[in-house]
Design a protein around this ligand. Structure first.
Ligand SMILES: NC(=O)CC[C@H](N)C(=O)O
Length: 233
């Protein structure tokens, strides 16, 4: 099993993500510079957070148009796992890996704090380690993290059980008050791909993967991916 973290100019969560995969989860992981392309097939690819190309134009727009994305889209079509975190989520939506988009927060400032998420799907390769309704505490750090999609798209995501996480309060209540950035229906984790083999999310699970960081609730996303790959082998 081998994972890759793809680093773009301006990525800044690549080392944290690499550390969690290699040191905390024990998975062989390559840090791949986007210009080098993917030199082999990977079981899992993580697009890390950061400010690729300074968020110019729109966050993720430039990275999504680099040649390495063709390799990543092929991996997605082949059913391999792709996880986009924060800027990686923005890149994933710009590349069409999921429907909908991430835009300026409703209150147009950078928000950096812990939030609560309600787990909405517990069957995907990314969320099977949780139970539906679990409430987890993870940090967010973004300015363009408001998920927006047309009503028919949101209906389809709901129908197909493709919503992974919603912002909630500490008791799991999904309300306008527990929606830090104004995302449609508090959605902040979306599943894509034919086999739900793609997930993008604005919160940072890699920053909540060891109890020394104040929460280890995010680690189960990575361990779920690993368990999924093991089951496929
Ligand atoms: N932490 C990140 O990945 C930064 C998110 C992003 N580029 C924004 O501010 O919207």
């Amino acid at each position: 099993m081998r994972f890759a973290v793809v680093q773009f100019g301006g990525s800044n969560c690549d080392r944290d993500t690499l550390y969690v995969l290699e040191e905390v989860c024990g998975v062989d992981t390559d840090l791949v510079w986007y210009k080098d392309g993917l030199q082999r097939n990977y079981d899992g690819i993580v697009l890390p957070g950061g400010f690729s190309y300074g968020d110019y134009l729109r966050a993720g727009a430039i990275a999504a148009r680099t040649p390495v994305m063709q390799d990543i889209l092929r991996h997605a079509r082949e059913g391999r796992l792709i996880l986009g975190i924060c800027n990686g989520a923005q890149i994933g939506s710009e590349a069409g890996l999921i429907p909908g988009t991430f835009t300026l927060n409703a209150y147009p400032k950078f928000i950096s704090r812990h939030v609560y998420l309600r787990v909405e799907n517990d069957t995907s390769p990314f969320t099977a380690g949780y139970r539906k309704g679990d409430v987890i505490r993870v940090p967010i750090a973004h300015k363009e993290g408001r998920y927006v999609a047309a009503p028919d798209v949101v209906d389809r995501l709901n129908r197909e059980d493709r919503i992974a996480f919603r912002f909630c309060d500490e008791n799991g209540a999904v309300t306008p008050e527990s929606n830090p950035n104004g995302s449609t229906e508090n959605i902040t984790g979306v599943l894509g791909g034919d086999m739900c083999n793609v997930m993008v999310m604005m919160p940072h699970p890699e920053r909540a993967s060891e109890s020394a960081l104040g929460s280890d609730a995010g680690i189960r996303i990575f361990t779920s991916m690993i368990a999924h790959v093991e089951q496929q082998k």
